[in-house]
Design a protein around this ligand. Sequence first.
Ligand code: CU
Length: 209
Amino acid sequence: MAIERRPAAACRLPGQKRGITMSVRRITPAGILVAAVLALAGCGSQSTVAPAAAPAAAPATSAAPTLTITDPWVKTAKKGMSAAFGTLVNNTDAEVTVVSVVSPLSPKVELHEVVDAAGKTIMRPKEGGIVIPPRGTHRLQPGGDHIMLMGVTEAVKPGAEIPFTLNLKDGRTLEFTAVGKDFAGGQENYRPGTDPEGHEGMDMGESHG
Ligand SMILES: [Cu+2]
């Protein structure tokens, strides 16, 4: 049985810096595969690790994800309510609709919008979900559409990594991780009559846009 003759460090391609590989890794799952292929290509002539190249080719031919999200973050909170934000990016030529969202952080998560009602800024569930136009983007931000966490079960600290799953109208899902960030914005009122328990002194964590 053949044994790898060189230490891992010898596998670097000429001119391939570690930093480049790292930045590719952070972009997409496909990027991870690209990095893996690069690594294999660099080692192929000197090691016995060749067969993995075949499966790596498959994802390259499959379509990009329907929907992606950039810079997802979630407002830090002790408990009660919080909200998550980011920019939704539609990678297709058709409209994409997010109909619901779930997270282990809260048993109740809603898609919200912020509207003016009789001079008051309120937030409420967004009817019909969030629609991202073909090849377009939709920003979730304080004071605008957002992902509402109604009953946060544990404290969200800065840097916390909170998983979310968006459910799309066509049955697909988008999973992502939002990072905890402190945010001190203005406050808005939740629509009267729909305040859930655990509503803490109107601290909705929302700012006026
Ligand atoms: Cu809300």
